[in-house]
Design a protein around this ligand. Sequence first.
Ligand code: ADP
Length: 698
Amino acid sequence: MSDCYGGRVQLPDVDGREDDDECFVPLSPVLLDASGVPINPVPALEFRTTGTEGVEVGENVNKPGREQQRLLVKGTGKVVGGKWETNGNFSTGIHGQEDGGKLGKKRRPVTVDTSKAKTSLEALKISIRQLKWKEIPTGRRAPCDIYWNGVSFLDNENITSGQVNKFPGMLEISRKINLSRAVRIMQELFPVEYDFYPRSWILPDEYQQFSTQLRMAKESDAALNPTFIVKPDGGSQGEGIYLIRDPAELRPAVAGAPARQAVVQEYIHKPLLVDKLKFDIRLYVLLKSLEPLEIYIAKEGLTRFCTEPYKEPSQKNLGHVFMHLTNYSLNVHSGNFVHSESQSTGSKRTLSSVLQRLAAKGVDVKRVWSDIIGLVIKTVVAVVPQLKVYYHGVIPPGKPGPACFQILGFDILLMKNLKPVLLEVNANPSMRIDHEQEVAPGVFECLPSPVDEEVKVGVIRDTLRLVDPGLKRTSSCQRRSAGADEAAAAAAGDGQVRKHPDGVPSPCLKQVFPKYSRQFNSLRLVERIAALFVRFLGVKGNMRLGPTAFRTFIRNCKLSGSNFTMASVDILYIDIARRWSGAPPDSREAGMSLQAFVEAFLYLAARRFKSQTPREQAASLLDLCEAQLESPTAGPEECRSLSCGRSASRGVPGAPKPRAHIQHLGPAPPSSAPLPRRASSQDCRRAKPRSRETHAEN
Ligand code: ADP
């Protein structure tokens, strides 16, 4: 069996089978679909095709002694050549601009522009060397296959092709306030599924709610004395974070400065301890594509340890950062910090070494993994709607451009009862593989960090292998003939990067979506609301809906009537748009943001379907709107708005199928909507900066 979590843990598949090769098996409770019907567990994807179709791309067909392999790409009939190299890497020989269809002919290596890689550079260089790809260190005029940006999508100017390792807007979306808002919407709709995120309030806007709710809770239970953690929005590395027990302890804004926005959050006071220390998990997650949604999780991650033994919060110890905050950047300054010399000791350890210790104590590690996978998928599902809106805003439709992918850093805390809790998502996780150490009093040196190198080089190398342009080409061929989910799975072969022969590191990235899509697709309701929003946004790259577009939405979906007049619609628009006017994205723009639109949508749903739960209300209204928009009797205004937008429901499970002509790849019939553009990472295009992107790395 594989040795993902310390070599001892054998995971049963969802249907109870043992799967030697499978370490990621969600065991989440069965979810209900939009109509409340339980969704049965889904068997794992088949890794190997049978019969005459040959093997899928991604399968190791190499047998010792066979130099050249032929891979028949399932669904396309296309045969590609490739061979395993002495370093264990598989080369397809189809990199480069034109492969000309000739088998076995050596093509130019994949080129990676590393000129903007910043602190990822060292790990990136090692990965490129291992893959025998070509580094373009100073950038160049001729296009590269991959651009590796250190901070954001905007680092490299004027890219019109290839792939960029950042999605537009991801930095904004992963800020603490935006993440809290995105998860909160999901908590409203799916309270049980989204209970992995601590209760949060946004300051200063929700100060009153925070203090009122706390006062009422204390009144009803005099023994209650909860602790809260205050985190500045956009902060990183523990900067500005402090603990409080009373709203009066909130630090006032510095005189003259505008009140800094922050999240105040329930403090998890019973974390799981190892060696009496609090620790958190840094998990690397690859968002490979937005549509179809493709998510990979690194099997190996890091754990960051506090440097002072943990005690539950008391008024006395609230200020002990080395006890309560696990940030490396803080604890490295504690006299107790231990630079790890092995993977299982010190203040930064591999995740597998910690899980191995837990397994030895009888902890059900596979359950922990399963919960973590669920947490990751649900979090991505919560942020994808906003990401799609950014995509639409930054990359207007119709023009070619780079595809996008992104490595995210998930910070996760395990509670004493082993339940994982999401702390935050870092759009720009540190990929440094060295650390500063005081080698003599006052003398600091940068020394290699073997633990960081082990984990981070693996993540970058496997990410590169998954976005290999040779594979991309295959996948786009397949997408024409396969459904989105099947194509996504096929694009990565068996859902993993290619296996290596013995003696080289095994792949660390594992596909979890669409692999487990059927368990989680029913959560993608807000994505469907976002699809409606984008449909009515227009073509100018707006990210906010104007009043006329909102009216058009209401009218085309036939949501107005005698008890909800167009005058009420206007009042609703003004009320909600005004309340959200200061909120990102891009608060300089007037109009209704996605979050405001979602609020309006949920309000309309609650009005119309009074007796249902919020989630049923939203699903019912979505069905109604989508049906209206698909109706062949849609009026001229609908055609106008459709011609400005893209398919509302395309790619979002549960939404009705688009009308037949929308699926045409050629031009649409004149009377119908033009072909909606897929908001795919495949055609992500560089555009004028629209948003402030911070430069935090964490
Ligand atoms: P930053 O981006 O500044 O690192 P985080 O949200 O990751 O901010 O918080 C910093 C640290 O504070 C975490 O690594 C964790 O140790 C601790 N922490 C954050 N939120 C909570 C919470 N809700 N309960 C307990 N500890 C928390």
